[in-house]
Write a protein that binds this ligand. Structure first.
Ligand code: IPD
Ligand code: CA
Ligand code: CA
Length: 290
């Protein structure tokens, strides 16, 4: 029998995927927890792009489990897993999202797994082993946290939002995000920079954050989280409001209600309009203690 996503049979097949993905993510998450307090050695993939034995062992475990269950699927993993056979199915694996946090013992990290069928994201899970929180979604069937339905927030006014961002490690001297951070800090309840893009997206999906943006994320950072946000009723685009693509290097996610307001802030920042001046620390120092 041929199963196509969208058909009832496909629904059953997708359910099988999510259950299997959840099992794999939980197993990988448990492995990460075993390494968490062992002060693992840190290696550098770039100037501040870290990797540890935990990233590699987690990816190896995930790859092994995917291949055992779905031997014909293609896989792309952050730490080098790459199976390219031209399959209609393709996995995006981030075996440890939040490596810098993990390496410092700051417990904000997760496992992120997503599955595409013919270029459509059909299933995704993000598992936070520190809180035992498993976020899952399948195309057309909603988003869930530990099996309970989740929804994006209902806040419609940007000034009342809590939003999140991240700063890319690659070419960090060339990234203008500090201006976005400053500007949007002054126009919202605040910004969190927690250090795991997949969890940031899961937090938008579950209404904990009202929005999130980041430059230069990779497909393994975003694939599962974007599906979570969309299935929870939110919106994900590039910084101009165009369709989000895994290779677009721009990710902005929100509850939908504040999306336009966020995008118009971005447009203003890119055009240098209404930029709030960053307070000068030298001038500030002159006033200290007075
Ligand atoms: C990183 C995290 C971080 C984001 C970086 C990502 P990694 O992923 O998602 O929040 O700011 O851009 O590279 O390297 O920890 O898997
Ligand atoms: Ca990542
Ligand atoms: Ca990673």
């Amino acid at each position: 029998m041929t199963i196509t996503p969208g058909s009832k049979a496909a629904g059953a097949a997708k359910n099988d995927f999510v259950a299997g993905m959840a099992e794999i993510a939980r197993e990988a998450g448990a492995l990460l927890m075993e390494y968490l307090h062992q002060h693992v050695k840190v290696e550098y993939k770039g100037e501040v792009d870290l990797v540890t034995v935990a990233d590699r062992k987690s990816e190896a475990l995930i790859l092994q489990r995917i291949q055992a269950r779905w031997p014909k699927h293609d896989v792309l993993g952050e730490e080098g897993a790459s199976i390219e056979t031209g399959s209609d199915y393709r996995w995006y694996v981030d075996p440890l999202d939040g490596t810098t946090n993990f390496a410092h013992g700051f417990p904000v990290f997760c496992v992120s797994l997503a599955l595409e069928w013919k270029g459509q994201r059909i299933a995704g899970v993000v598992y936070d082993p520190t809180r035992n929180e498993l976020f899952s979604a399948e195309q057309g069937s909603g988003a869930y946290l530990n099996g309970e339905p989740i929804h994006v927030s209902k806040i419609a006014n940007l000034a009342e939002c809590l939003v999140a961002t991240g700063f890319p490690s690659h070419k960090r001297h060339k990234n203008p995000n500090i201006f976005f951070y400053h500007q949007i800090t002054l126009r919202t309840h605040g910004i969190r920079r927690a250090g795991s893009a997949a969890l940031d997206l899961a937090s938008v999906a579950s209404g904990r954050f009202d929005g999130f943006w980041e430059f230069n994320l990779n497909p393994w950072d975003t694939a599962a989280g974007v599906l979570l946000v969309e299935e929870a009723g939110g919106v994900v685009t590039d910084f101009s409001g165009g369709p989000f693509r895994l290779d677009s290097r721009e990710t902005v996610a929100s509850n939908g209600l504040v999306h336009k307001a966020l995008l118009s802030e971005f447009a203003a920042i890119f055009e240098g309009r209404e930029l709030e001046e960053l307070p000068n620390p030298v001038e500030y120092a002159k006033t200290r203690g007075k």
